[in-house]
Design a protein around this ligand. Structure first.
Ligand code: HH2
Length: 270
């Protein structure tokens, strides 16, 4: 298996396929397997390098679902996506194991191997790629009072530590990417500070994945203090700013528009 930066060269777009009734921006849209499969196929046609299939919402305030429920949601979708590049958005070893058997290439773990002690072994023995994401707290309470000494430095040192844990568990470093976890236990100000200082995460030496698409901070910076999502226009601006600071993989809901924006950003001479 090649290094993650060869398999997903910068910029690569990851399309979001939430097989959930309650995701923050597209809950219910792809809850039926047929709809999720159609969305995933369309995203690949529109230029996504991979589609990220998830059966559990991690939006602020969410409670989580059982492994059985997650499997009921994602397995029928993965079965029909055989042959297409798929990532599984899960913190659970059992779900990851089944997804990898069904051909998933990447495990996107928002808990950075803190959720399930068996997940590292599943990833190590499969040869899959892995995304380690920063989150302060847990989805149910993470937006209550997020606090950092220095958000960019704290997130960088967390990701460095989790990278060490993953490598120590036998997952080769060249298969791992890192994600600062926009919106996961961060205020609007903290999210923007982190985006501005993304270079500090990039300097850890691993490809950086960003999930800024439709995040509520983008709606709030536009003036709505109660926004729970952000618009496409703001998502594109944030993605291009992240690209400028070295981000490699972009987890997005609107694939075509992000592919176009990032193609333009990447066409500039360096
Ligand atoms: N954001 C969400 C879910 N998974 N994974 C990574 N690596 N990075 C992210 O920023 C990220 C993620 C939340 O977005 P979404 O999947 O649209 O919503 P929900 O968690 O409500 O299903």
């Amino acid at each position: 298996m090649s290094a993650i930066e060869e398999r997903f060269p910068r910029p690569s777009v990851m399309g979001v396929v939430n097989v959930t009734p309650d995701s923050f921006s597209d809950g219910g849209v792809n809850f039926r397997a047929e709809d999720a499969v159609a969305s995933a196929r369309r995203m690949i046609e529109e230029g996504a390098a991979v589609v990220d299939v998830g059966g559990e919402s991690t939006r602020p305030g969410s409670e989580g679902v059982s492994a059985d429920e997650e499997l009921r949601r994602v397995v029928p979708v993965l079965e029909q996506l055989g042959g297409l590049p798929v990532s599984i958005d899960t913190t659970k070893a059992e779900v990851a194991r089944r997804a990898l058997e069904l051909g998933a290439a990447l495990v996107n773990d928002v808990s950075a191997l803190r959720g399930d002690p068996e997940l590292a072994g599943v990833v190590a023995s499969s040869g899959a790629y892995l995304c380690l994401m920063h989150m302060q707290g847990e989805p149910r309470t993470m937006q209550d009072a997020p606090a950092y000494d220095d958000v960019a430095a704290d997130v960088a040192s967390f990701l460095e530590e989790r990278l060490g844990v993953a490598v120590g568990a036998g997952i080769p470093e060249e298969r791992i990417c890192l994600d600062p976890g926009f919106g996961f236990g961060k205020t609007v100000e903290q999210n923007f500070e982190l985006l501005g200082r993304l270079g500090e995460i990039v300097s850890l030496g691993r490809p950086v994945l960003v999930g800024l698409s439709r995040k509520r901070s983008l709606g709030r910076i536009l003036g709505d203090p109660d926004a729970t999502t952000g618009p496409l226009s703001a998502s594109l601006a944030a993605a291009v700013e992240a690209y400028e600071r070295g981000a490699a993989i972009f987890r997005v809901h609107d694939v075509r528009e992000h592919v176009e924006a990032l193609t333009v950003a990447a066409a500039l001479p360096r």
